[in-house]
Design a protein around this ligand. Structure first.
Ligand code: FES
Length: 319
């Protein structure tokens, strides 16, 4: 949909927030905290950004964008070419990082720009008077986006700022934060990969994988996604038609399907946004994405077509 930039705030020297309203003035569909949207910046680059406003606000989406020095057009264009009144193309909200409704307590771990989905969660948890603590790790106060908001009521009571923690000390800090919560508390994290790895390692030790939820902003390094199958060829079968298509080494399933006239919606093409996930009826996938949870991957009943491959000779897609 077309959205208009209603307000821009410099949250820090490198993070800018954008409040977006529909160009046609209509209300927005409700979304759950943790959701993200595709935003197409001037120049045509589309990126995913978490919604970080109050989820109950059906007038506007708020996103926050960190200007990345190595930006290939997404964050740089939003910082340099967008002003109040600019029109942007924005997708509908999707959520791969939801609060667990069964959890009685929540511990949120944010680092840097990873604060954005967790801020939306904090709004919801405050609104519903749920028990939670938000631990916000950041270099120093001037780099802490939304610091004033989080340091004031109704959030202040729930938020702990951790400034300048050295990487080597991170596990000890995270352990201490985790131990301050009940063993039943669910853990949510978003931030740079090494930070999330430390949070997940600590959380899994103390409460098991089912209680740990995370959101990736970037695809994992290829080495981290590598598998024993390498890039071997396999086949995909289309359940509705019986058509069988070979997927050669070096080709993705989405590209092979497109070549056969079957267009799958995609956005990131890096296995992080979830747009291209489809149900799987047969075969064993080699999951290489960062959007399905471990539980979803273990079920082997859906597959992310832009990056994942096969461990079995054939996959049967529910298309
Ligand atoms: S297009 Fe984003 S996960 Fe496949």
């Amino acid at each position: 949909m077309k959205m208009i930039v209603e307000k821009i705030v410099d949250e820090t020297a490198e993070v800018r927030s954008f409040r977006l309203v529909r160009a046609d003035g209509a209300r927005l569909e409700a979304y759950e905290p943790g959701a993200h949207v595709d935003v197409t910046a001037p120049g045509g680059v589309t990126r995913q950004y978490s919604l970080c406003g109050a989820p109950g606000d059906d007038r506007a989406y708020t996103i926050a964008v960190k200007k990345e020095p190595q930006s290939r057009g997404g964050s740089r264009a939003l910082h340099e070419a967008v002003t109040v009144g600019s029109e942007l193309e924005v997708g509908t909200a999707r959520n791969l990082f939801a609060l667990d409704p069964a959890a009685t307590e929540h511990v949120l771990f944010a680092a840097g720009i990873g604060i954005t989905p967790l801020l939306a969660m904090a709004y919801r948890l405050v609104e519903r008077s749920h028990a939670f603590t938000l631990h916000y790790f950041v270099r120093s106060p001037e780099y802490a986006a939304f610091a004033d908001l989080l340091a004031a009521p109704p959030f202040a009571h729930h938020v702990r700022f951790h400034y300048g923690v050295a990487r080597a000390d991170m596990p000890r800090y995270i352990d201490a934060c985790m131990n301050a919560a009940s063993p039943q508390a669910h853990v949510y994290t978003c931030g740079p990969g090494p930070f999330m790895d430390a949070v997940v390692a600590c959380a899994v030790r103390s409460r098991g994988e089912e209680a740990v939820h995370l959101e990736h902003f970037q695809a994992a390094a290829p080495a981290a996604n590598a598998s024993a199958t390498g890039d071997a060829a396999f086949e995909v079968a289309i359940a509705s038609s019986g058509q069988v298509l070979p997927v050669p080494a070096g080709s993705t399933i989405v590209d092979v399907l497109a070549g056969a006239g079957i267009v799958i919606d995609t956005s990131c093409r890096e296995g992080i946004c979830g747009t291209c996930v489809v149900p799987l009826l047969g075969g064993t996938p080699d999951h290489r994405d960062n959007c399905l949870s471990k539980k979803e991957k273990a079920a082997n009943d859906q597959i992310c077509l832009c990056v994942s491959r096969a461990c079995s000779p054939r996959l049967v897609l529910d298309l």
